[in-house]
Write a protein of this length. Structure first.
Length: 168
């Protein structure tokens, strides 16, 4: 089982949840999680331990978001295809993906992870520049990853009846 599969299992992402998460509103509003976490952790300076409530809200938003929006009327858009591509990526052990898609998404996830480490360092030391640089790296890595997932889904959508059924 891949790390991605474990994360999806942790978030209890079943078919219905994935379908709702394919709503572009879900995709784009979920990007608020990291800024909310940054503000929540930084607010410890002003709020002390009460900032943990803001952290909890941000983490709750991360879990609720894929369930909050209705299933989209159409998945024929960039954001929906990015989510569908993530499903293909997670399923790569069962349905093999083309060789040119096997490594680059891992590099993009590594860029996001390095950005996240910078964010953590910046938040621990209350340093604005590592926090901002980490935030930018995380978002660039994530959105580039999502763009690769659109490409992956475009190439894989006709390989299984299940993948075909996701595009409507």
């Amino acid at each position: 089982m891949t790390f991605d599969s474990k994360v999806a299992n942790f978030f209890q992402m079943d078919d219905a949840t994935w379908a709702r998460h394919a709503n572009p509103w879900s995709v784009f509003t979920r990007t608020a999680v990291l800024p909310l976490l940054i503000v929540a952790v930084w607010s410890r300076v002003w709020l002390g331990w009460w900032s943990l409530g803001l952290v909890a809200i941000a983490l709750l938003w991360n879990w609720i978001n894929p369930r909050l929006f209705p299933k989209p009327q159409s998945t024929d858009n960039w954001a929906s295809k990015a989510v569908l591509g993530e499903r293909v990526w997670i399923n790569r052990d069962t349905v093999p993906i083309p060789a040119h898609h096997r490594q680059f998404p891992n590099w993009l996830n590594a860029i996001s992870f390095i950005g996240l480490l910078l964010v953590i360092w910046g938040l621990v030391t209350l340093s604005i520049w590592p926090t901002l640089m980490g935030f930018v790296l995380t978002l660039v890595g994530k959105f580039w990853f999502l763009d690769r997932m659109v490409w992956l889904y475009s190439e894989m959508k006709n390989t299984t009846p299940e993948y075909q059924s996701w595009l409507y």
